[in-house]
Design a protein around this ligand. Sequence first.
Ligand code: AMP
Length: 278
Amino acid sequence: MKTLLIQTTKELINYRNSLPNDSIVGLVPTMGALHNGHKSLIEHSRKTDSHTIVSVFVNPTQFGQNEDFSKYPRNIDKDFKLCEESGVAVVFAPSANEMYLKNDEITLRAPKNMGYIYEGFIREGHFDGVLSIVLKLLHLSLPHHAYFGQKDAQQLLIVKRLVQDTFLPTKIIPCPTQRDPDGLAMSSRNIYLSDLQRKEALKIPAGLSRIAKAIKEGETKTSILIELAKIELTNLDVQYLDICDYNLNSITHIQKDSSIALIAAKVGQTRLLDNLWI
Ligand code: AMP
């Protein structure tokens, strides 16, 4: 199967309509600069779905004014090649005008609690933008499955809420975080890091490993777990470090299979996210 590059919504709708009724369609939404984290999502879809659609779109509405929208890494040729090699059916790479047609568009609001704490507190309106683009992509590709990384835990939980609250038939499939051999979670933004900054950044997975180890040894109190992580995080510009449930409410004691430790930290100008699903 030859990978198609589609750049307009009309063509994507036509493509979707042309698929046989028994097709199983998977969608992998990305902002491009694809790495092995993205590739693992694609591989999940390739195992499950007859047709995988990868969207590559740096979504302007999820970036704040002083964020890195204009300098966010873009390399569609390289991304297309990775998709081709991974057996992707369609790379959907629209322009911003294609996705946001009108000046006075309907806008979505993320849930008041889930959408406006942690990432949503620091990046106000970020999840409104994420939900707008995800909803559009889901409508255009009508996938059976859509794949999201656990690396962006809050995004994953809010997108699940979107599908639940608007009765969309797509199943959201969470995929585990892929890490480089040194333990740093893969991210398109890691290329901003100097060698020295990368060393600093490794304090983040070290902090999370500390939490994981203490939990294994029987600790359940989140205040103690957080203090332990802080030992690893000394001198790092931590924006938030907390342990919460799947509704993103802070908790005092962890519960197996329903808690997450979340961390965001700035290394130089680069914001990095990581987490531990407990
Ligand atoms: P992005 O291009 O950064 O918007 O990410 C697109 C999708 O890939 C999101 O669902 C991310 O959670 C997921 N993703 C990004 N990095 C990783 C990673 N290291 N491991 C697994 N999934 C990831």
